[in-house]
Design a protein around this ligand. Structure first.
Ligand SMILES: [Zn+2]
Length: 268
């Protein structure tokens, strides 16, 4: 087998970072070409580090990595987009961190998936620029479920297989799909699914954000969608998402003005 190149270059988004020793950090990257990977950023906890600003969570950059004995080493990094509007607004920041954490928790290391890289990048751009932040997250969640192989069944009843119609269906997060009215008696762990939520779930699954973005959603319907998708994600991942709790906490507070939110709220 040919030896892999000693150094390689890839665009990537920083998902999180954690301390390593006195001066270094381990940075989790979601790369365009190699999936998710951990890499060492040397000396970034020193004041004069040239690398430090480029490995902040949520940064989109170009990274030059060298194969190390255990972890690869970041030898150079150049920021492409720092998404400053995200960092100045706790509402935007909390959602962006949630998206990054969800991707981190739901993917294995070194499993290449360009579509997921692209999905996170598009999501961060939308969260930095748009005002319909929750709709952006719902689109991210539905797309992520599809990419991970947990695409909810919205075409036919998951019990009897009949085509679903515009009626009082129910959401079955455990089965990742929808149950028709005839099959609901006797089924457990069903959630009421309003007709509007059903239509919106289908629209989200269509995968075209421009179509989704035309919709204006009342708060109650927004909460229903969030519950259904979060249920589906919990069942798919079978573990709690820490950022979801973080997001709930942020939402209960009045709109805050973070001084340097990325440092105080970012993943450790
Ligand atoms: Zn049925």
């Amino acid at each position: 087998m040919p030896r892999p190149p000693r150094v390689y270059k890839t665009p990537a988004i920083v998902l999180r970072q954690r301390r390593l020793g006195d001066a270094d950090k381990i940075v989790t990257l979601y790369t365009a070409n190699h999936g998710k990977l951990d890499a060492v950023a040397k000396g970034v906890r020193r004041v004069k580090s040239r690398l430090a600003g480029h490995v902040e969570p949520l940064n989109h950059g170009s990274f030059l990595l060298a194969h190390g004995r255990n972890l690869d080493i970041i030898t150079q990094a150049q920021t492409i987009e720092s998404f400053q509007p995200l960092r100045n607004d706790l509402d935007r920041l909390s959602r962006a961190l949630y998206a990054a954490e969800l991707l981190d928790r739901s993917t294995e290391e070194r499993a290449e998936n360009f579509a997921l890289y692209r999905l996170l990048l598009d999501t961060l751009r939308r969260l930095a620029q748009r005002d319909d932040l929750d709709l952006v997250l719902r689109f991210f969640e539905m797309s992520l479920l599809g990419q991970l192989g947990y695409r909810p069944e919205l075409g036919q009843c998951v019990v009897c297989g009949r085509p679903l119609e515009a009626e009082e269906n129910a959401w079955a997060p455990g089965a990742s799909g929808v149950v028709c009215p005839r099959c609901q008696p006797g089924e457990t762990a069903l959630r009421p699914l309003s007709l509007n939520a059903f239509k919106l779930l289908r629209l989200l699954q269509g995968g075209r954000f421009q179509e989704v973005a035309r919709v204006r959603i009342a708060p109650e319907l927004g909460s229903e969608l969030e519950r259904h998708l979060r249920d589906a994600i919990h069942h798919a991942l079978d573990r709690d998402v820490r950022s979801a709790a973080f997001l709930d906490m942020v939402r209960r507070k009045p709109r805050a003005r973070p001084a340097n939110a990325i440092r105080s709220a970012g993943p450790r």
